[in-house]
Design a binder for this molecule. Structure first.
Ligand code: NI
Length: 141
């Protein structure tokens, strides 16, 4: 572990400490490390060829006409990128599905957009995370 000094405006430091306290970070170093990692993951997603992983969460009405079928068909179409999914019957009317998608960031975004924009999906969100390998994709200049 390397150590270095950081200069920061007092007001910004107060806000950093408040954020750390609110989220339960044990130290400024830990919150700073996580902020840097979040930025690096966001940067990784900007490279359309970078291998990434994400989770797509969708909520939809169980009785929406053909929707469950449509969503299953879409997932079959993208079976090479879809790692797995989990389906939860939330209540009498609604289902929640979490789909784990892995591949080039451009493909993962396209698949997520397709699932989320499917007619009848009430809410959907892609969480962009990392395989843990932060190196640039092969061939990236
Ligand atoms: Ni269900």
């Amino acid at each position: 572990m390397e150590r270095f000094g950081v200069s920061m405006e007092r007001d910004l430091l107060v806000q950093l400490d408040a954020l750390a306290a609110e989220r339960g970070y044990p130290s400024r170093s830990e919150v700073l490390r996580d902020l840097v990692r979040a930025e690096l993951v966001a940067r990784q997603w900007e490279d359309p060829r970078a291998e990434v992983v994400g989770t797509v969460t969708i909520v939809y009405a169980h009785e929406s006409h053909d929707l469950a079928h449509t969503l299953a068909d879409l997932q079959h179409c993208h079976h090479q990128e879809i790692v797995c999914n989990t389906h939860v019957h939330l209540n009498e009317a609604n289902c929640l599905e979490v789909v784990i998608v892995r591949g080039a960031s451009k493909r993962v975004r396209e698949i997520a957009d397709t699932l989320i924009s499917t007619r009848g999906v009430k809410h959907g969100r892609l969480v962009c995370t990392t395989t843990g390998n932060s190196r640039p994709s092969p061939g990236k200049a």
